[in-house]
Each structure stands twice: as C-alpha cells, then as structure tokens.
Design a protein around this ligand. Structure first.
Ligand SMILES: Nc1nc2c(ncn2[C@@H]2O[C@H](COP(=O)(O)OP(=O)(O)O)[C@@H](O)[C@H]2O)c(=O)[nH]1
Ligand SMILES: [Mg+2]
Length: 313
C-alpha cells in the first residue's frame, strides 16, 4: 500500500505544519478487523485478536493519506453507540472524546444486516461516514458479493470492499475518509461553508418525528444533556455546543434504542437488497459433497446397463 504510512519522526518536510489535521475514527463491532486495518494503515500492529473486545484503550496514530497528514483512531468494538464500554462510560462518549471529523465504519461484508446499524448511527451524528465492507476476502470465499454502488446510494456515503489482511481497498477507504474529514475541519475553521448535516430520512415517520421533537425541545431548553448524560463524561448539550456533532445527532443518541430498533430494520432491508450469495457456495460443504457423491454414483451407473440407450430391459 502506498497511500498511507507512519511518520515516526513527526511531519514530513512536504507537509504544511499549519494545516489542520482531520481525525478519522474507526468504528465497528468487535472482531470485524478494525485493529488489523489500523495496523495496515499505520504500518504497526496494535492489539489484534480473535477474542472479542481486546482493544481496551484508544489508539491514535498519525498517518499520511494521499501525501497529507491525518489522525487515525482505533477504538474498542461496540454493537451500538449507547453500549457501555468500560466503567459505565457509553461508547459514544469515548468516541466523541477523540473529536472525530469523519468515521471509517468497519463492517463485515458477509453480514451487513448486523453491522449496518452502527453505520447508520454514525451517519446520524452529522459527521461524514465511509463504509469499509471488510473481511471481503472471507466473504468472497463464501460466495458473497455486495453491490457497493447501490449501498453507496442508500447510505449516501462512500462504500469500499476492504480486507485489512490483504490490503484490498484500504487506501481508497482512507482516502475518502481523510478527504471528507478535511472538509469538516475546514468548516469548523470557518474557511468553508457548511453543507446541511441533516441526513436523508430513512426511518419511519414516527421515529423521524421523535428525533425532530427532541431537537426542538433541546433548542428551547438547552438541556439536552441532562437526560442522557448519566454516567457519561460529557454532556450532550456541551458536545453539540462545541460543534462536535449536530443537534440531530445528539437527539438520536438520547433516544437510544428507539432509533436503534428502526436502524436494525433498515439495515436488514438494505443488506438483503445489496447482498448476493452464489447458490453453489451457499450450500454447506457437507450438502455439496453429498450431492456430488450421489451424482457420481448416478454417472457410474449410467455408464453401465441402466443408462445405455439400447437397454436390454
Ligand atoms: N480473512 C480476514 N481476516 C481478517 C481481516 N481483518 C482481520 N482479520 C482477522 O479477524 C480477527 C479480528 O481482527 P481485529 O483486527 O483484531 O478485529 P477488531 O476487534 O475489529 O479490532 C483477527 O484474527 C484478524 O486476523 C480480513 O480482512 N480478512
Ligand atoms: Mg481491535
């Protein structure tokens, strides 16, 4: 891979030290390959293991993407943004502490229905999302293919087939995330006009109405954080005030499982629409072997008296 590498000795001479650096956060369920992808992008291995949840701290490394610097942040795996990761701290608090400018959501290409809800949740926060349909090598081996173009249309975000193991698509996914993150940095700095941060509605009208209602309430009371803060380190109101996420994003965090339930339904529908499983590969090996041995038996009988056109029967 040539697009990104570590900079162990600080800035390279070509990099403008005053250039604001975007932070890209890797988000995904446990064991989906975040740390492997992180290692591939930074040239060094963090903790990488088959055991769920082994990334217990937040790893942040400077990388060079398309000749420009970016921060890449590896986080613990999570199932939802509201899930508690340690000491009652919700994942979103850890995530937003990293001050991300873009999310690289790492999903299992072979199991999108269970991985897309997290992508939708990140998208709802109002920051750009790039989806890495990872473990693509494994999915291909199982005869699974994904219509990335269609998924891109549905998610309104770049989608790449990736494999942290082989390097497939990693540079392209990072390139998109850094490009979108740089734009957010520029908007925060006031050098670029913001685009609308409200994503297209994908949830049923009652859920969308609940989100809008919560946004309106928070605008009036300025106390959005009160209900959700709980054990969190940050209050949501502060986070919105600091421009880290949109008011809509905070409302979706506050509504928690109400939006999550809708995300699961949307994810299931989208996964079914974009995933194709080759019929032959979808059949378990044992079934294929059984079919093969029956066919073989039939063939050998066919060459004997039963199948000859001039059967004596
Ligand atoms: N086949 C395949 N295995 C992978 C890939 N990426 C990671 N793995 C394996 O999946 C397991 C979990 O990877 P890890 O990076 O620790 O996942 P994390 O929990 O999301 O950080 C490890 O055994 C990796 O070697 C990939 O692209 N293809
Ligand atoms: Mg990890």
């Amino acid at each position: 891979m040539t697009a990104c590498h570590t900079e162990p000795h600080g800035s390279s001479p070509d990099i403008d030290p005053s250039e604001p650096i975007p932070t890209i956060a890797l988000v995904g369920r446990p064991n989906v390959g975040k740390s492997t992808l992180f290692a591939r992008a930074t040239g060094r291995y963090a903790e990488s293991s088959n055991v769920s949840g082994t990334t217990i701290h937040v790893e942040r490394r400077r990388v060079e993407v398309d000749g420009r610097p970016a921060w890449l942040v590896d986080l613990p795996g999570t199932v939802s943004l509201g899930m508690s990761v340690a000491d009652g701290v919700p994942f979103w608090s850890l995530l937003l502490d990293a001050r991300p400018d873009a999310f690289l959501v790492v999903a299992d290409a072979g199991d999108l229905g269970r991985h897309l809800p997290l992508g939708l949740a990140c998208r709802d926060l109002g920051l750009p999302v790039v989806l890495a349909a990872n473990l693509a090598d494994e999915a291909a081996g199982r005869g699974i293919s994904i219509d990335t173009g269609r998924l891109r249309q549905l998610l309104l975000a770049p989608v790449h087939r990736t494999s942290g193991r082989t390097g497939l698509g990693v540079a392209a996914a990072l390139s998109d995330a850094a490009r979108l993150g740089r734009r957010v940095v520029a908007v925060r700095a006031g050098t670029v006009a913001p685009r609308s941060t409200i994503p297209a509605s994908v949830y049923p009208p009652d859920v969308e109405a609940a989100i809008s209602g919560r946004v309106r309430e928070s605008a009036v009371t300025h106390s959005l954080g009160a209900a959700a803060a709980g054990e969190a380190r940050w209050e949501l109101g502060d986070i919105v005030g600091a421009g880290v996420i949109s008011a809509r994003g905070a409302a979706t965090l506050e509504l928690g499982w109400i939006v999550d339930a809708a995300r699961w339904r949307v994810a299931e529908r989208w996964a079914a629409e974009v995933t194709t499983v080759r019929a032959e590969a979808a059949r378990p090996l044992a079934v294929r072997l059984a079919a093969w041995s029956v066919a073989r038996g039939r063939a050998s009988r066919c060459s004997s008296r039963w199948c000859s056109g001039s059967s004596s029967r």
